[in-house]
Structure formats: C-alpha cells, structure tokens
Design a protein around this ligand. Structure first.
Ligand SMILES: O=P(O)(O)O[C@H]1O[C@H](CO)[C@@H](O)[C@H]1O
Ligand SMILES: [Mn+2]
Ligand SMILES: [Mn+2]
Length: 409
C-alpha cells in the first residue's frame, strides 16, 4: 500500500537562503533564532521555558539539516542524535517567498514568473480597482488600503468598521489582497461574497490570493480572528504531483487545514477543516489511519506562521514546536513499512526578524519510512525535489522540475 503523509509546518525555515539578500533577509533563521533565544531563557511564557526541546524532530535529523543549511547546530541541540530517518534542506527557485509559491514548488511546480504586488505602504491599492470594487459590491466605502499586520489593523480600524460597515482592505510584502470584516456585524457569507468579487476584479493584476479575514469581539483590544479564514488562490500554472496522483492513479489526496485553498482546490479529493494545532494533529491521525493505497494526506499547520511567525512571538513559536514534537510519536507509530512521512515547510518567518513578513530561507526536508536511508540526503537545489520524489514513489509521469531524493524499486 503506497501512502505519503506530508506535514507542512508553515514558515518553519532553517536558515537564510543563498539569495536571501535580495529579499532583505540575509542572516534570517527561523529555527536558529528561536533556539538561540530559548537557550538564553528569553523565550519563556506560561507554557514553556528554557532551551528548545524537540527530541523527536532531532531524531528525524532536524538539527543536522539545520547545521548543514547554515553552518551551526541550533543552540542546545544534540550534536550526535540517534537518527531514524533521512534529512536534507532545500532552497527555493520560485521568485517569491509566499505560501502558494512554496507549496506549489514542493508539489513540483515552481513559480518562475513574478506575481503582481501592491508595494506602496499607504494607499496601496490602485484607485480604479477600489472604485470598481465599491461599485460591484455596493460598498459604503472601505478602510485601510495599506500594508499592515492583520492583528494590528483590527485594533486600529475594527471599531470604525463595525460602526460604518466599511470592509478593511490591507496587504503585505506578499501578493495578497486581504479583507477583514466582523463575522457577526458584517456577516461571514457577505465577506466571502465580497472576496469572490475582488478575486474577479483582480484578474489583470496577477495577484496570488484574496484572503477573507473574519474576526469577532466587541472593541479594540478584544478583537480576535476566527478559524473561518478563507484563501482564494489562483490555480497552479501546471499540474502538481497531487493532480497527477488523482488523474494517473485515481488516487486520493486529503487536504487538512488550508491545503485545498492554497492549491485552488486542484488535485484534492477530500477536504477536512481543522482549526488550531491540536485539531490539525488529531484529524491528521484520523486520516492517516483511514488512508488507502495511492493516497496522500497533506496537512498545513498554519499556526506556526499566522499566530507566531507574523506576530513575532518567539515563545509562542517555541511552545508550538514543542507541542508538535510531543505529538510526533503518535504519528510515527502509524507509518507502516511502505509509507513515506515528509516533514517540511514552505518558507521562513523568523519571529526575531524586523517587520512582520516572511523570510527567504531554506526549508527542512525530513523523510521517514522503512525505505529511506537514515543519512544526510544533501542540499536540494529546489523544493520540487519533494514533488519529484513523490512522483517517483507512486510511479507517476515525471515532474518537469526537481530530482528524486530517493530511488524506489
Ligand atoms: O498579518 P497577517 O494578516 O497574518 O498577514 C499574513 O498572512 C498573509 C497570508 O499568509 C501574509 O501575506 C501575511 O502578510
Ligand atoms: Mn506559508
Ligand atoms: Mn504567512
């Protein structure tokens, strides 16, 4: 029975990429800097304290992959851990450091064109676009129209939004048009409809995603975003390995969390909604147990990125990693002889870095399974090596990019 389980720790970079300087990210290191702060007791909160403890990920080669990536073992990591899987690090060839680029490249389809962006920090969106959106959606106006952190902008504009019914429009260094509206006073369905209108109006702008950002709460300081976030992505520019599995082998691809949205629902046969690390992990275990031959179970652990990386919350990120690590044995126990478990990431989001954007980093590629050599599997020249490995494993037609990391009989 052939099954692949992909655990995407959203934003879990392990050291600056060779081209990080082009992004202003030279020296960034999501894992390295978290471990450093933890070792100095600067990442203590109610949930955790002291050095970063990830014993199960260390056995899968996380520390050694990080050392190969940036030259330094994460602080307080074991220099000679018992190794139970194959480990590598990979660089990105896609032009951006955004979530769809990282995910699509992992599935064998790098984004070699340039996305459209809204680079101006104030008055970010073109007036003609805003005018069309106001007209098509019948809006009383809009708020924001700037670059912002999605939580900061709620405190600044959430109350005015509730008073006026004007949606909050904002963007970031990514190719995104984000819309925050109150889930109750504005309404969730109305927000989703607005996002669909904006998606259509953006056609000529080459924007990767429109993102619905519903929130709740009565006043500034009390607003919080809900799990009803929805991403409206454009489709990948070529068939991903997920699509190939469904088309060439009539296989099953189960999306847990926001995976389906990121691939614009292409190559996905079943979608499981889950909010928060615990539920994402619980539902992953259920689906792994259910998975049959020729299937992929693919989970995006978004909270690393959205709750801790973008929020520059080092202690929160560390606690979340430790939680994931504590639960890992439950997953490892379900990996049977022929299966492959791949733990990886889509970009970095160093919580010690300036600003609130992603960081251009190498990603870890940790592969666990009876057929995997328990050794360093090299520097991978593109994330697409993961997609090519999966294509090779399922005996699909080869992807256009990437080299298989492991050969299978
Ligand atoms: O600050 P928030 O709203 O979390 O925004 C972040 O989330 C977006 C999508 O992942 C990114 O573009 C980033 O800017
Ligand atoms: Mn991401
Ligand atoms: Mn992000």
């Amino acid at each position: 029975m052939k099954r692949v389980f992909i655990m995407m720790l959203d934003s879990f970079g392990i050291g600056a990429a060779d081209d990080a300087d082009k992004f202003g990210d030279a020296g960034s290191n999501t894992l390295g800097h978290i471990a450093e702060r933890c070792a100095r007791n600067q990442a203590d909160n109610g949930d955790r304290s002291g050095p970063l403890r990830l014993p199960n990920l260390e056995k899968l080669g996380l520390g050694l992959a990080a050392k190969a990536s940036c030259g330094q073992l994460p602080a307080e990591f074991e220099p000679n851990p018992e190794i139970i899987g194959g480990y590598a690090y990979a660089q990105e060839i896609s032009s951006g450091k955004d979530t769809p680029s990282g995910h699509w490249e992992i599935a064998g389809v790098p984004v070699l064109f340039d996305w459209g962006y809204f680079p101006q920090h104030k008055n970010s969106f073109p007036q003609e676009l805003l005018d069309r959106i106001v007209e098509k959606a019948g809006l009383p106006g809009y708020l924001g129209n700037c670059h912002s952190s999605g939580t900061v902008i709620l405190d600044a504009l959430g109350e005015e939004h509730m008073r006026t019914g004007k949606p909050i429009f904002y963007t970031s260094a990514d190719s995104v048009f984000q819309i925050a509206c109150h889930e109750e006073s504005y309404g969730l369905e109305k927000l989703y409809e607005l996002c669909q209108i904006v998606r259509r109006e953006l056609e000529s702008y080459n924007i990767g995603r429109v993102i619905a950002r519903p929130f709740i709460g009565a006043k500034a300081g009390e607003f919080s975003r809900t799990g009803n976030r929805k991403d409206y992505a454009v489709e990948p520019p070529a068939p991903t390995v997920l699509q190939k599995l469904t088309e060439e082998k009539q296989g099953e691809v189960v999306s847990i969390g926001k995976i389906a949205d990121i691939y614009a629902h292409t190559g996905i046969t079943r979608k499981i909604k889950a909010t928060g690390l615990e539920e994402l992990f619980d539902k992953t275990l259920v689906e792994v147990q259910r998975a049959g031959d020729n299937s992929i179970v693919f989970t995006n652990f978004v909270n690393f990125d959205s709750d801790f990386g973008h929020r520059r919350d080092v202690a929160g990120y560390a606690a979340a990693l430790e939680y994931f690590d504590r639960r890992l044995p439950e997953l490892l126990a379900l990996v049977s002889n022929e299966d492959l478990l791949i733990i990886t990431a889509d970009h970095g989001c160093d919580p010690t870095w300036s600003g609130t954007d992603h960081t251009r980093e190498h990603i870890p590629v940790l592969i666990y399974g009876a057929q995997v050599p328990k050794e360093f599997l090299g520097k991978r020249m593109t994330f697409a090596d993961i997609g090519q490995t999966i294509a090779e494993y399922f005996k699909l037609s080869p992807m256009d990019y990437g080299t298989a990391i492991i050969k299978f009989d």
